[in-house]
Ligand binder design. Structure first.
Ligand code: PEP
Length: 252
């Protein structure tokens, strides 16, 4: 059966020293705590090695927030999936709305990134989500369905089964405005149905679908109680060990 996962996305926050200190704090806080979820922290590239070394790999999976859409070569400033994997990281966030919006990542580019991540043994946490105008025009199902189909549906069933999906309504990211638990459940169920239609019920039932967007200790319990919400991708609240722990321990 699918796993519950709480994954922190640090974005472009924390110096190297601050990031390592935060990772150690989370690692300490988890000691002796029985969790009902896997815990992931996704950090800036340069933090990966020391963060991998600072945490107990049995309790915390480390991830990158992006990787290149090319395997290697003359792509100045890029970091490949193989490089990410060589740090000991196990996950990579792909398709975050900030990357789609600010760095013009298209469905085609993301398709390449997913293939390279999988080829290097990384678990992609693939983000989808609509902007406010699309939600208000009731187009969110179409938008999210297309994001999944356009980047992921050329994968074999075996590869698709390795993915984690994160539904992140763009209007809820960093805004303090969370989707209601019912809104999250509705679209998570739609995502699972979309997967089932392509890859079958078993793979759909085994796919972890995380919610992201202003998730915090006070609303995580209600969101995670929904049958198709399998945890969260957490931005702001992942930058403090106590709020991140409050979300990790929010499963009933
Ligand atoms: C995110 O960017 O993945 C996110 C969910 O951010 P926040 O929790 O700050 O809304």
């Amino acid at each position: 059966m699918r796993k519950n996962i709480v994954a922190g996305n640090w974005k472009m926050n924390t110096t190297l020293q601050e990031g390592v200190a935060l990772a150690k704090e989370i690692n300490e806080a988890l000691k002796g705590v029985e969790t009902k979820c896997d815990v992931v922290i996704a950090t800036p590239f340069i933090h990966l090695v020391p963060v991998v070394e600072a945490v107990d790999a049995a309790r915390i999976g480390v991830g990158a927030e992006n990787c290149a859409d090319k395997a290697e070569g003359a792509y100045t400033g890029e970091v490949s999936a193989a490089m990410v994997a060589s740090t000991g990281a196990k996950y990579v966030i792909l398709g975050h709305s900030e990357r789609r919006a600010y760095y013009h990542e298209t469905a085609e580019i993301l398709k390449e990134k997913v293939v390279l991540a999988l080829a290097n043994g990384l678990t992609p946490i693939f983000c989808v989500g609509e902007v406010l105008e699309e939600r208000e025009a009731n187009k969110h199902f179409d938008v999210v369905g297309a994001q999944i189909k356009d980047s992921l549906f050329d994968l074999s069933a075996e590869d698709f089964a390795k993915l984690v999906i994160a539904y992140e309504p763009v209007w809820a990211i960093g805004t303090g405005k969370t989707a209601t638990a019912d809104q999250a459940q509705e679209i998570h169920a739609f995502i699972r149905q979309t997967i089932a239609e392509k890859y079958g019920k078993e793979i759909a039932d085994n796919t972890s679908i995380l919610y992201g967007g202003s998730c915090k200790p006070s609303n995580a319990g209600e969101l995670f109680a929904k049958p198709d919400v399998d945890g969260g991708l957490i931005g702001g609240a992942a930058l403090k060990a106590d709020s991140f722990m409050g979300i990790i321990t929010a499963f009933e």
